[in-house]
Design a protein around this ligand. Structure first.
Ligand code: NAD
Length: 360
């Protein structure tokens, strides 16, 4: 098992990579929290892993009930947060009662938000079951729900007490979901760690075959990088924005595709175009953009806007990016690679260069 500590003073916690679902009860016994527990999950994950989690909780004397949310992004909203509050109130949960999120990023974000707000905050434990939730959404404390007018518009920063990652559960994950998570792993390599990037290049087959050693390594490294960034800038005052590499174009693509594309796929396309922009404005050599595109393609992820069913126009893309950024005021910020393993957050690009790149 590999332990990554997220250092945030009295809100610090451990991420346990390679722990087993069966250990959750014992591990929760080590935290000073109440016994009465609610496990929030969805029917897909409950059917696969509910039994193992509930027997472990029972063996460690945690009386636990499940709260099932239908499977899908469309249920990450205030109505379902309210359904969680109601279930907790009916069952007389109190401020010490833990909420456990068992599932992917949708369940993690919704449960975290409910934990942050129920009785002004109750203990929160994450058991992420998708690659994306292991390397990204379960680390860093962003929780939230969607609003009809926008994704993740309502939320809170709220850190869990513990994150348990049993990498074996990824075996049941649909392949496209696994690859979507790989986009975020590639992102860490480009912005922060050229050794991780080289590891991904060299061990592609083992990683895609989910060999335990390489898989645990890339998840651990991703968590370490995210934990490092979050410890330095928890509330995205500056540095944390570097994690948005690929997300500027990526979000615009997701919006224009009406979320019919997976997040990681949109980010993959976004990373390619951000790298091309960096090259176009002279921030990096051409081979950086080529290497980024090569690795993304090697992991079966899309690299071009032409892969979309209806390719958006340059104007649609730039307009959507502007709407996204309206709240911040001013010019859109891009995260741009300088070389593999190092990126900058920049407003220093010109419209003509961006338009030219988006047209490729
Ligand atoms: N909080 C953050 O910092 C952050 C960061 C990135 C993404 N997110 C959020 O994460 C969400 C996306 O998360 P996701 O990609 O995990 O999607 P998801 O939670 O919808 O899971 C994808 C699918 O996989 C299924 N599934 C989960 N685990 C499984 C397993 N082990 N075996 C088989 N099937 C399994 C789910 O039921 C679902 O159908 C979005 O809502 C996004 O906004 C949050």
């Amino acid at each position: 098992m590999h332990v990554v500590r997220v250092d945030l003073g009295e809100r610090s916690y451990d991420i346990l990579i390679g722990a087993k679902l069966e250990e959750i009860g014992t591990l929760m016994n080590e935290l000073r929290i109440g016994k009465k527990t609610a496990v929030v999950t969805n029917p897909t994950v409950y059917r696969l892993y509910g039994e193992r989690v509930f027997s472990s909780l029972k063996a460690a004397s945690f009386p636990a009930m499940s709260i099932e949310i239908p499977d899908g992004e469309q249920y990450k909203n205030l109505d379902w947060a309210n359904a969680i509050y109601t279930a907790l109130l009916i069952n007389a949960f109190d401020r010490r009662s833990p909420l456990v999120a068992l599932g992917g990023g949708v369940i993690g974000d919704l449960t975290g938000f409910a934990a942050a707000t129920f009785m002004r905050g109750v203990p929160f434990i994450q058991i992420p079951t998708t690659l994306l939730s292991m390397v990204d959404s379960s680390v860093g404390g962003k929780t939230g729900v969607n609003h009809a007018m926008g994704k993740n518009m309502i939320g809170a920063f709220y850190q869990p007490k513990l994150v348990l990652m049993d990498v074996d559960v990824l075996r049941t994950l649909p392949r496209e979901e696994f690859l979507s998570g790989m986009a975020e792993v590639i992102k860490y390599g480009v912005i922060w760690d050229r050794e991780l990037f080289a590891f991904l290049e060299k061990n592609r087959e083992k990683i895609l075959a989910q060999e335990q050693g390489p898989l645990t390594h890339i998840i651990s490294r991703s968590c370490e990088i995210k934990a490092d960034v979050v410890s330095k800038d928890e509330r995205e005052g500056g540095l944390r924005a570097i994690l948005n590499f690929g997300h500027t174009v990526g979000h615009a693509v997701e919006t224009l595709e009406n979320y019919a594309i997976r997040h990681g796929e949109a980010v993959a396309i976004g990373m390619v175009y951000a790298s091309r922009l960096a090259h176009r404005i002279g921030l990096c050599d051409g081979h950086v953009a080529e290497k980024v595109e090569g690795l993304i393609s090697a992991y079966g992820l899309p690299t071009s806007l032409s892969r979309l069913k209806r390719r958006p126009t340059v104007l649609q893309l730039t307009d959507t990016m502007m709407v996204d950024k309206k709240a911040e005021g001013g010019k859109v910020r891009f995260v741009l690679p300088k070389k593999i393993g190092e990126a900058v957050i920049s407003r220093d690009w010109d419209d003509a260069a961006l338009q030219e790149v988006l047209a490729t």
